[in-house]
Design a binder for this molecule. Structure first.
Ligand SMILES: [Zn+2]
Length: 313
């Protein structure tokens, strides 16, 4: 559920300082400029891991602000967390970021993917709980809410991360790499393990941040998992908010959700969605080629960490 709101009290920034009050229809060619959202938009729902109901509001903000989360339920210590790879606390099942006081926000990847896919570079996100709402398991509701609120082009160009050399990380399931290219291209491959029991063959999806429509190609692809794993996670007090309403659930080689899959290659499209959200933690527009086989949050984080450590060495 989302709703646009107009007269929200604004305590952390002066709206008058947001430059260029032009409500743009988004032009992908303008993605080299900085953008913010035109008015605050509210998203309510539960965290897929915590099961906690939260209210998250994406607010407009000033140029060069970046994406910053603010935990409004925490008042006795610094409660802002910058959406940066340097703030990653955990990549187990989702991407969790935390500030230096340990104040964290979990499952940031789907809202970051939506913002990146639409081209929003500056947003201040307040949230009254520990985890971003899962909505229906993808970025679609976030995109709809943000686009309904509108986007505002700001007076500065985006900061770019021009990839200068190839960096690759691997684990037992696959690999991820970034290499030089004058595009902002994501290519993701997915090879299902035996656990999928023939549900699908190899899948592949490409997406160019500056040319393709995120809302059509990527935003609707939902998170997925195995029924047997959900049973174990629930028994361990995890994945408390997971359900058929927000997860593609696979059991004995079939999809349990009544309406089936949204795309024949929905699984790899979600891997792509997660990658776009995780790589957004670079805080710059990736100018290069991200390519991966069976990536996950850990590989995506390790990739950014390795690249930034190498260029700063
Ligand atoms: Zn995901």
């Amino acid at each position: 559920m989302y709703s646009a709101i107009n007269n929200i009290p604004n305590t952390f920034h002066d709206i008058s300082k947001i430059d260029l009050q032009i409500k743009d229809t988004l032009n992908r060619k303008l993605l080299l400029d900085q953008y913010t959202i035109a008015s605050p938009v509210v998203f309510g729902g539960v965290g897929v891991h915590s099961g906690k109901a939260v209210c998250m509001i994406v607010h407009p903000t000033t140029v060069d602000h970046g994406i910053v989360f603010e935990r409004t339920d925490i008042e006795d210590q610094p409660n802002r967390i910058r959406a940066s790879w340097t703030m990653v606390q955990s990549t187990n099942m989702c991407t969790t970021i935390a500030n230096h006081f340990g104040v964290s926000v979990a499952t940031v990847e789907h809202i970051l993917a939506a913002l990146t896919g639409i081209g929003i570079t500056n947003a201040h996100i307040t949230i009254d709980g520990p985890e971003v709402p899962i909505m229906d398991g993808c970025s679609q509701a976030f995109c709809e809410g943000i686009l309904e609120a509108g986007t505002v082009r700001q007076s500065k160009k985006r900061h770019k991360l021009n990839i200068t050399h190839t960096v690759k990380v691997e684990n037992e399931h696959g690999w991820a790499q970034i290499s030089p290219s004058d595009t902002s291209l994501f290519s993701v491959h997915f090879t299902p393990s035996q656990r999928y029991e023939g549900l699908t063959g190899d899948q592949h999806q490409e997406f160019s941040l500056l040319e393709d429509d995120f809302t059509k190609l990527v935003a609707g692809a939902r998170t997925f998992g195995f029924y047997e794993d959900a049973q174990k996670l629930w028994a361990a007090g995890l994945a408390k908010g997971a359900s058929l309403d927000n997860t593609v659930v696979i059991h004995k080689g079939t999809v349990m959700n009544e309406s089936g899959l949204r795309f024949t290659n929905e699984l790899v499209r979600h891997k792509l969605l997660d990658a776009i959200g995780d790589i957004a933690l670079a805080e710059y527009l990736l100018v290069g080629h991200y390519e991966a086989l069976n990536p996950g949050h850990t590989l995506n984080y390790q990739l950014l960490k390795k690249y930034f450590e190498e260029i700063s060495a």
